[in-house]
Design a protein around this ligand. Structure first.
Ligand SMILES: C[S@@+](CC[C@H](N)C(=O)[O-])C[C@H]1O[C@@H](n2cnc3c(N)ncnc32)[C@H](O)[C@@H]1O
Length: 379
């Protein structure tokens, strides 16, 4: 018990282990991520035709069990929907049992995931040939036996870095730096390069372990938020969070030392940065996969469109804040772990962000760009 109310354990309790190949303990749990991730679903929806193609062409011969794995599944609403889509193509293609594997960090809210997988005690997939399981572990580690996965996928997740490449980021709270519109901070060139390098090494690590897990000819669909020529998905969200945090640095409630140390370890890649470790011979993983398909794209953001339609600023500020609270809260809580009364402070930081959005929404425009590649494991 803190602040007179029960705090869900996954929300505040976990201190992120630096050896875990992860820089977050997961999304805000107890259904909060599921309830605030329609934008991420829109980003997934845009690559479903590519998933259909992968499900149609992946070789299924010679296997007693067909395995599909999703890395970074969170609480599972979007993970279940994506597996449902793949199963539509796969079930008619085989008489073998199919296993869906939903994987995320050990500190993820797996209870909500399991409830999503077996609502009313029965498989959500509605087939007696589909068996589901969950695996806790970092996606940068091998999590399945060699040559055991047919179709691997990850959505809106590989932007979360495996480690913090710099100790402090004193000028801003996210590696890509502030938007041009708000321009409220800085990231030095040296730090920017350290994050870029880490992001490339993470793709390499991810590909190395997936290459082991996949059967020859197996498919790997990698989709993640990122940046294009004119859109960067960090713009807006981290500007408003940075401004909100800074207002508590000013009052002294958020210690300056903790601010310098605090950043959200997510990186917005360009498509070329995602494909580099597949194609560039300087990476160990070059040559392991055939690059079948790539794209970068922008999707409609539901709360932005609704605001354009109805002008309801209060609802906009609330949906916008909940959207980024779901994926930033665990890291913010970790940054404040030594600060007394941090739970109340976290609530006030997000309330402040909402206030700032209501006061001047034009300072924090938000657009969602994403990148995708489909790979085939070479023999
Ligand atoms: C924004 S959520 C995406 C969830 C879901 N795939 C979707 O698209 O809605 C990112 C997920 O990646 C997970 N994640 C972050 N770092 C990870 C790591 N190193 N290994 C496995 N999962 C990780 C988080 O715990 C979180 O559940």
């Amino acid at each position: 018990m803190t602040d007179g109310k029960t705090v869900p354990p996954s929300q505040y309790a976990t201190v992120i282990d630096p050896d875990s190949h992860a820089t977050t303990s997961g999304m805000t749990g107890h259904g909060f991520y599921d309830a605030n991730s329609t934008t991420q679903w829109n980003a997934i929806e845009a690559v479903l035709p590519t998933l259909d193609h992968a499900a149609k062409t992946v070789p299924l011969e010679d296997s007693q069990v067909i395995t599909l794995a999703d890395y970074g599944c969170s609480e599972g609403r979007n993970s279940v929907a994506v597996m449902e889509r793949a199963l539509k193509t796969l079930l008619p293609r085989t008489s073998m049992p199919i296993q869906t594997v939903h994987s995320d960090l050990p500190t993820n809210d797996f209870s909500t995931l399991f409830l999503n997988l077996r609502p009313h005690g029965q498989s959500v997939f509605g087939s007696n040939r589909v068996f589901s399981s969950a695996v806790g572990g970092s996606m940068y580690d091998q999590l399945r036996p060699d040559s055991s996965v047919h179709l691997a996928m990850t959505f809106n997740a590989i932007g979360f870095l495996s480690r913090r490449p710099v100790e402090t980021l004193p000028g801003y709270i996210q590696p890509n730096g502030p938007s041009k519109v708000r321009n409220n901070g800085y990231v030095s060139q040296e730090n920017g390069l350290a994050f870029k390098k880490q992001a490339n090494e993470d793709v390499e690590a991810f590909l190395r372990v997936r290459a082991k897990e996949l059967v020859p000819g197996g498919k790997l669909l990698v989709q993640v938020f990122g940046a294009t020529e004119d859109v960067c998905t960090s713009d807006g969200i981290y500007d408003v969070l940075n401004d909100a945090v800074l207002s508590f640095v000013e009052t002294g409630e958020f210690p300056k030392g903790a601010y310098d140390h605090y950043y959200q370890p997510v990186y917005m890649r360009r498509l070329s940065e995602l494909t580099e470790p597949v194609l560039d011979p300087q990476y160990e993983t070059a040559g392991l996969f055939e690059l079948e398909d790539t794209k970068d794209y922008e999707i409609a953001v539901p709360f932005v469109d609704q605001f354009k339609e109805n002008g309801d600023l209060k609802a906009y500020a609330s949906a916008y804040t909940n959207f980024f609270r779901a994926f930033t809260e665990a890291v913010l809580a970790n940054a404040l772990s030594a600060v007394p009364g941090k739970n109340g402070l976290i609530d006030r930081i997000y309330a402040r962000a909402e206030e700032l959005l209501r006061a001047d929404p034009d300072l924090y425009p938000f657009r969602y760009a994403a990148i995708e590649m489909l790979l085939t494991r070479k023999d």
